[in-house]
Structures are given as structure tokens and as C-alpha cells.
Design a binder for this molecule. Structure first.
Ligand code: SF4
Ligand code: SF4
Length: 435
């Protein structure tokens, strides 16, 4: 058994998934409609937050069956939570949608559904299996097979394949023991390695560790930690998500850290909601709430702590894409901008509708490619209008989507994570104290 300490079995857990007070908090004012990307595209009530809330309420009251049409309306939602930012009644739409998806299961074509189910249950919870798959992918990319496949694959699969980023030589692996702070210790923190971040953006994880240590943090990366479970939760798979949450809670609470730092917006938003996810768990409910209060996005934490040390100049025109799960999910907008603007030489230009979803939305770009591409095209147009050389987006899904957008639609901007940019600035500032 891989998940030591886990109290859950492998069967679906019983419980009233849709017993949510949120459903009755909506006053039908419609203020969320024009903030909703799917409503903006389709102009249809069932593709709006208010319409979806109506549908889920009808389902819970027995006025509607969870049929295919119902599933289509729910699954067309990006889970971007822009409606939550707009809602004056404080409706947490994300909780409603996640509970409804728990009843529906994954979306997309039969092939995408089968692959998603397999990944949620048999890959994401197991870091060694993920590393094995990533090694196979690397072999595929470097052996010449990729070139051949691109010529032979049907169009739809070619498009899916085009999203795959190059697998780097090295993965990020949790370190043994504690990495001490450079200089005076200001906090002892735990850091989430993440699944996508570890495999495809290991260098950004290393940069995050360096930036944190440079700012007086002793860093622990517990070896027993797992994927945060965000993709599972958003796609209605909560059995494994709860198991992963319990393992992470045990791993980080045992490490005795002051805060749990996350450099991926989607993961941070999910971990801040472990308290909600495990609210009915007699053993973990209290621990989960305590843990969730410790979770901080890296930008939120560093802006609160205050940057120390010499940041060197980086002469660049930069714009910023608000990841949905940072801006809407965690209400973090000012902190990343403040950190960006603290780097000497950076000329910051806001893009239009920076908090509108780029169309990545977990695996939405695979399950709903047409809507995703429409949103991406608009996003790339907004980036082009800023004439920025680089776009900063502190979330792996957004980074992959924007890299794809830059290749397919232009402009050919560099896509950066904020921790990467700060690390470069510290490097430019001369960090003899790092060695
Ligand atoms: S989460 Fe996003 S796509 Fe879904 S209803 Fe809310 S605003 Fe619309
Ligand atoms: S803004 Fe809030 S209260 Fe108004 S319709 Fe949308 S979800 Fe309901």
C-alpha cells in the first residue's frame, strides 16, 4: 500500500455530494453572467453560472435527471471561478460545480474520458509512475518517433500531441532534510513539489527554492508528499483526491513548518480547500482546516514577508496573466504585480482582461478544444496589444497554454513563471551568498 496513513478505502465514499447551502445563496441577479467566458461566447443561460446553478438545484430537488445534456452544460464550464469574483452574494460556484461533477464523472470524448479516468486513479497519485511515463515521453520526443507520429496521427490527436512540452533532462525530486535559509532564518516552510511542476518545470521548482532561501526561509520538501489532487477534484474524482489530500496533510504537518508554499495557482487553490474536501471526515476534518490555513501561494507569502537582498536589473517589457485559480480562486492579484514591479528594469504593462481564462483550465484544452482555442486566440491578441517581450503566469497550465499560443498564433513572447524571473533578478544582483 503506497498511501501509508491514509484512512480511506478504494471504493466511492458515500455522502450527499450536493447537500450545499451555496445552491440557495444565489439570488439570480445575473451580475456574474458577463464575467463568464462561456456565457460571453454562447450567450445562453445554461452556459452561464446562474443557469448552471439552476440546473444543479433542479437536480437536487428531483426536477431533473443527470442526463447527457445536463452533463454538457456542466462540463462546458471552465471552472475558472470568475463568477465568484463577480458575485455580490458570495456564492462559491466552484463547490457547486465540483459536487455536480462528482455525480457526472470526467467529460470529453470516450477516449479522453478513459485516459482521464486512468490518469486520475492510476497515475497522478503515484509519483514513481508519473516519472516512468515522463521518461517514456522523453524517449518518444528524442528518438525521432515524435516527428513520424506528427505526420501519421489523425488531426485531433496531432492537436493533443502539440500541447506536450519537451520533457527536461532532470525532474525535481524532494530533497532530504532541511535546506537552510541563506542568512538569517525568518521562517521554516514546506514546499509542494507538484506533479506537472516536478516533471516539466523542475527548474522553476529549483528557482523557487533558491528565491525562498534567499529570503530567509529554511525549506522542507517532504518526500512522502503527492500530487495535490486538483485535477481529480475539478473532474469529479474525489476518492483518490481525498486520499492524496490526507497524505499531503500528514506529510506537511509532520514536518513542523510555519507555512506550506505552492508555486502553482491551481494546486494552491485546491490545497486551500482541503478543509472543504474533507469536511465530513471524522479523523481529518480539523487537520484539513488547519492545514488549509497554512497554505500560501509563493507570491502571497513573499509579498507578505517582504523581499530582501539585491535584485539585479532585468531590462524587459513584461505583462502578467492572472491565473484563474490565483485571481478568482485565491483573490491574489496585487502581490504578484508588486513583486514583478520590484525588479529593477522591468517595464510592466497590463493586458486587457488579464483575469480572463486563457482556455487551459486543467484538461479543458483537451476536452473542449474549440472553446479553449477561441479563448487562447483572444488572450494572445491581448498580449500582442501590450507589445510585451515576456508574459508572466505563475501556474503550469497557463504557461503550457500560452507557450502553445505563442507558437500557434503569436506573438512570440517568452513565457515566464514569476519565481523564475525573481531568481534571474537575484542572479543578476550577484548572489555570492548562495554558494
Ligand atoms: S467557473 Fe467560469 S466558466 Fe464556469 S460558470 Fe463560473 S465564470 Fe463561467
Ligand atoms: S452573481 Fe451570484 S447571486 Fe447573482 S446570479 Fe450570479 S451566482 Fe447568483
Amino acid at each position: 500500500m503506497i498511501f501509508q496513513g491514509s484512512k480511506a478505502g478504494s471504493k466511492r465514499e458515500p455522502g450527499a455530494a450536493l447537500d450545499l447551502p451555496e445552491l440557495y445563496r444565489c439570488v439570480h441577479c445575473g451580475l456574474c453572467l458577463n464575467q463568464c467566458p462561456t456565457y460571453q461566447i454562447f450567450r445562453l443561460e445554461p452556459e452561464s453560472p446562474r443557469g448552471r446553478i439552476h440546473l444543479v438545484r433542479a437536480l437536487t430537488e428531483g426536477r431533473l435527471e443527470p442526463n447527457e445534456r445536463f452533463g454538457e452544460h456542466l462540463n462546458l464550464c471552465l471552472m475558472c471561478r470568475a463568477c465568484e469574483s463577480a458575485c455580490p452574494s458570495g456564492v462559491q460556484y466552484g463547490h457547486i460545480a465540483e459536487a455536480a461533477r462528482e455525480l457526472l464523472g470526467p467529460s470529453g470524448s470516450p477516449l479522453v474520458r478513459s485516459l482521464s479516468k486512468f490518469a486520475f486513479k492510476h497515475l497522478l497519485p503515484y509519483p514513481h509512475r508519473l516519472r516512468f511515463v515522463a521518461r517514456l515521453l522523453r524517449l518518444y520526443q528524442r528518438s525521432g518517433l515524435q516527428g513520424a507520429a506528427r505526420r501519421l496521427l489523425p488531426r485531433r490527436l496531432r492537436e493533443v500531441e502539440a500541447f506536450m512540452p519537451p520533457v527536461p533532462d532532470q525532474f525535481f525530486t524532494p530533497k532530504e532534510g532541511i535546506l537552510p535559509a541563506f542568512g538569517e532564518c525568518r521562517a521554516r516552510i514546506g514546499m509542494l513539489s507538484g506533479c506537472v511542476m516536478s516533471l516539466f518545470f523542475g527548474a522553476i521548482n529549483e528557482a523557487t527554492v533558491r528565491v525562498l532561501r534567499h529570503n530567509g526561509c529554511a525549506v522542507v520538501t517532504p518526500k512522502t508528499q503527492r500530487c495535490c489532487g486538483a485535477l481529480n477534484i475539478h473532474n469529479g474524482e474525489t476518492v483518490m483526491a481525498k486520499i492524496m489530500a490526507r497524505v499531503n496533510i500528514d506529510a506537511f504537518l509532520a514536518a513542523g513548518v510555519d507555512a506550506v508554499i505552492v508555486n502553482a495557482a491551481g494546486c494552491g487553490a485546491a490545497m486551500k480547500e482541503y478543509g472543504h474536501l474533507l469536511r465530513g471526515d471524522p479523523i481529518y476534518a480539523e487537520r484539513a482546516s488547519r492545514f488549509s490555513r497554512m497554505v500560501k501561494d509563493a507570491t502571497e507569502f513573499l509579498a507578505g514577508l517582504g523581499l530582501v537582498g539585491d535584485l539585479g536589473r532585468i531590462e524587459k517589457v513584461v505583462t502578467y496573466q492572472d491565473p484563474c485559480h490565483l485571481a478568482h480562486g485565491q483573490k491574489i492579484r496585487l502581490q504578484p504585480r508588486a513583486l514583478l514591479m520590484s525588479v529593477p528594469g522591468i517595464k510592466f504593462v497590463e493586458m486587457k482582461a488579464s483575469d480572463r481564462c486563457c482556455g487551459s483550465a486543467g484538461i479543458y484544452n483537451l476536452t473542449h478544444p474549440e472553446v479553449s482555442q477561441e479563448l487562447l486566440k483572444e488572450k494572445m491578441k491581448a498580449i500582442a496589444e501590450t507589445a510585451a517581450e515576456a508574459v508572466v503566469a505563475p501556474n503550469p497550465g497557463c504557461m503550457l497554454q500560452l507557450c502553445y499560443g505563442a507558437r500557434r498564433y503569436g506573438p512570440s513572447v517568452t513565457v515566464l513563471h514569476l519565481m523564475d524571473l525573481l531568481d534571474r533578478a537575484y542572479s543578476a544582483g550577484g548572489r555570492a551568498q548562495y554558494q
